[in-house]
Write a protein that binds this ligand. Structure first.
Ligand code: ZN
Length: 319
């Protein structure tokens, strides 16, 4: 009997995706439910259980030997609990234990979504072959994760590399995390849009005031839109340069919806990086777009549970 499959769960504030993934990173079965994010914790768990049940209905389920979960954070891999900001019904929710039971006793590994995306990019994407990398997800928030000495580095609770809440503006605006001048406060999609609107940019006839609409305006040459992306790029560059100086990464990989803006983000980011990453050992740092796309969460969850790519330090409940 083949035992080369892992169960991957990607849990976010909008959807709960599940898959059976083989050792080559191919997704062989999928299931998905909307996240009932405003409901109580048991209802949210019911959606997770429904995804697991659908996967378990596949004849391939018998080949699955482990479960990896990438969840919106904060997570605590040391206790197996999650408290996603966007899922208020889950506070210190014992997700590892519940999934362990729902899967009939498979061992479960939990990581945060930023670490999961990093594992995906290191396994199958733009960080492949790099022993020291920073991966970022820039979308509604800004998350990230680190590869150090050839291994994904989750940290004790699964949150290491969370660049979004690194302060790059000492006297900047206060952030939802309680800090001030965080990268996320300047570079997330909603903040790019907010800053453009505040400086006089107006959406087109369709009323779309998202960061994607600001990106389209920037591509068309709108100076306010260009400036809003340049400011976001500057914050990301400062955070990336600080990380590189601290732990000597040689590549930064950027995914998430805002990375879809393309050169409007990456051109000023590479320019800004030259003014922050100045020491000899960080001058060759490259910044590239992520490659694993919308499956990053599932692939990263699978990587976390796969012995060959397995992530040290993440919690695992044994059968
Ligand atoms: Zn913050």
């Amino acid at each position: 009997m083949r035992t080369d499959l892992v169960v991957a769960l990607d849990i976010g504030g909008t959807k709960i995706a599940g898959a059976l993934v083989d050792a080559g990173g191919r997704i062989v079965v999928r299931a998905q439910r909307a996240t009932p994010a405003r409901e109580d914790g048991e209802t949210v768990m019911g959606a997770v259980a429904a995804v697991v049940a659908e996967l378990a209905g596949s004849p391939l389920w018998a080949s699955a030997s482990a479960v990896g979960i990438g969840s919106a954070g904060p997570v605590d891999a040391s206790t197996g609990t999650v408290s996603p900001v966007n899922v208020p019904g889950w506070r210190d929710f014992p997700l590892v234990e519940r999934v362990h039971r729902a899967t009939g006793g498979l061992p479960v590994t939990l990581v945060g979504d930023g670490v999961a995306m990093t594992a995906a990019e290191h396994w199958q994407g733009a960080a492949r072959g790099h022993d020291n990398a920073l991966c970022l997800v820039v979308s509604t928030g800004v998350g990230g994760g680190l590869v150090l000495d050839g291994r994904v580095h989750p940290g004790p609770t699964g949150n290491a590399g969370h660049i979004g809440h690194m302060s790059v503006d000492l006297d900047g605006e206060s952030c939802a995390c309680g800090g001030r001048g965080c990268v996320e406060q300047i570079a997330s999609g909603p903040n790019i849009a907010r800053r453009a609107l505040g400086n006089g940019w107006r959406p087109g006839p369709d009323g779309d005031a998202s960061a994607a609409a600001v990106a389209a305006a920037a591509r068309a040459g709108d100076p306010v839109a260009v400036a809003s992306f340049a400011r976001a790029a500057q914050a990301l560059a400062a955070g990336i340069a600080a990380t590189a100086t601290l732990v000597e990464i040689d590549i930064a990989v950027i995914g998430g919806g805002v990375a879809g803006a393309g050169p409007v983000l990456f051109d000023p980011l590479r320019r800004s990086l030259r003014s922050y990453a100045t020491l000899s050992f960080v001058q060759n740092l490259t910044v590239v777009p992520a490659l694993t796309g919308t499956d990053a969460g599932l692939l990263g969850a699978a990587a976390a549970a796969t012995p060959r790519t397995g992530i040290p330090g993440a919690v695992s409940t044994s059968p």
